[in-house]
Design a protein around this ligand. Structure first.
Ligand code: ADP
Ligand code: MG
Length: 415
């Protein structure tokens, strides 16, 4: 199936051609036709499956130029609002629609003048309410109300804001709700915003067809050595190593450098300038390995990342999804490998309980134990050797080679 077979208006098709979108993803194939028919839709699919275009394409089709604000898209964070707006602008290029982003932390002025001219508004709930209270947003013509990343918006406590916004827009609009995860609670809540909604759930993401997920059990003290071993064995074209704190990022990247692996740190403690230089060098493939925190990696859009290493397991399931969404983009194949120490199991189990991922266990095999210097750079004390493993020791992983399929194995069995 191509976009051309989906009865999409010419100007929108032209825009899609212009950005190289030819084949719709699963969620797009399933939702676009019923959205075009006018149904409310609750769409669930994983990160990286193309949800933005699933609602963005029919939205741009439905909206007419100079018809006032007809589309209202809510997103949990300003970064997401920006990303969505950029993507929708691309779809509407030939049609010449104006898309206004609206979020807090910046002055109201430019947003207010943009709101007078635009046809589509993408924003965070709080700032949209501010504009509603000031009467700087005219929502009388809204035909489509879209909640993106609904799960995150609920988790972040936006439910009352969303309800307030909903009271201020026409009742006879179409409502679309998209989310990577869907709980019964969320469905219950969203029933209030939707009417006879069709629920669509697609399993495979673009990336999942080619992205393989693995985990490896390892003692915390041997994690770094295993990481070096895996990097040498896997030889990533481009890889990202995720850590849970800035301090861990600094320590891991410094130790990698000590072991001859060219890795650069990326976290929020670096100056904007430094961060941009690091990202640039990664985009260009000069830096092959990036050691990053979740927050810092959020803005990255790198097509050729082949490997994700979870040096620490994120506390939130969304962060895990976002991490693995960084690889296997645009048809490349990729691997995500989580290094699990005893402390990581609880977090990992929670993530696996929430998603239907297939994750296989891999064996650590034999590898050399390397010293790991803990960083105390924030106190200006440089590094010291924190472990007393002697060089040259090798360690044998345990020998259970069974692969874990989170769907088929009893969930409670995760340690
Ligand atoms: P999600 O919201 O489900 O996480 P996105 O909408 O952010 O996914 O899409 C993920 C990536 O895939 C983006 O870079 C997007 O431009 C790209 N993409 C989406 N749909 C298509 C398509 N049909 N063809 C090519 N690339 C696509
Ligand atoms: Mg999205």
């Amino acid at each position: 199936m191509n976009f051309e077979d989906m009865n999409i208006e010419k100007s929108v098709l032209d825009s899609l051609n212009g950005i190289g979108f030819t084949t719709p993803t699963d969620i797009q194939t399933e939702t676009i036709p019923i959205i075009k028919q006018g149904y409310d839709v609750i769409g669930q699919s994983k990160t990286g499956s193309g949800k933005t275009a699933a609602f963005g394409i029919p939205l741009v089709e439905k909206v007419s130029k100079n018809g006032g604000i007809q589309g209202l898209v809510l997103a949990p964070t300003r970064e997401l609002a920006k990303q969505i707006a950029i993507e929708i602008e691309k779809f509407s290029r030939s049609k010449g629609l104006c898309v206004q982003t609206v979020y807090g932390g910046v002055s109201m002025g430019p947003q207010i003048s943009g709101l007078r001219r635009c046809e589509i508004v993408v924003g965070t709930p709080g700032r949209i309410i501010d504009h509603m209270k000031r009467n700087t947003i005219n929502a009388r013509n809204v035909k489509m109300f879209i909640l993106d990343e609904a799960d995150r918006m609920i988790d972040m406590g936006f439910i009352e804001d969303i309800e307030e916004i909903e009271r201020n827009i026409p009742k006879n609009r179409q409502t679309l709700l998209f989310s990577a995860t869907m709980s019964e609670d969320l469905i219950g809540i969203t029933r209030r915003f939707t009417r006879d909604a069709k629920r669509i759930r697609t399993k495979t993401t673009v990336s999942e067809k080619v992205l393989k997920q693995y985990y490896c059990d390892i003692d915390q003290q041997k994690k770094f050595s295993l990481l070096v071993h895996l990097i040498n064995q896997e030889k990533p074209k481009l890889g990202i190593i995720f850590c849970n704190s800035r301090r861990e990022v600094d320590a891991v990247s410094a130790n990698l450098k000590d072991n001859g692996i060219d890795a650069k740190a990326l976290h929020g403690g670096l100056t904007q300038d430094k961060r941009e230089r690091v990202m640039d060098s990664f985009y260009k493939g000069i830096t092959k390995m990036l050691v990053a925190t979740d927050v810092a990696a959020r803005g990255l859009d790198v097509k050729n990342v082949t490997h994700i290493f979870n040096y620490s397991i994120p506390r939130s399931a969304e962060d895990y999804v976002n991490r693995i969404g960084r690889t296997a983009r645009a048809g490349e194949s990729g691997k995500a490998i989580s290094l699990l120490s005893r402390e990581d199991h609880e977090s990992f189990r929670k993530i696996m309980n929430r998603y239907d991922y297939d994750v296989s266990k891999i064996q650590a095999g034999n590898f050399k134990i390397l010293p790991f210097k803990r960083s105390f750079s924030s106190e200006g004390r440089g590094f010291f050797r924190g472990n007393n493993f002697s060089r040259g020791n090798s360690w044998h992983g345990n020998s259970h080679g069974n692969s874990m399929h989170s769907r088929s194995s009893p969930r409670g069995n995760w340690r």
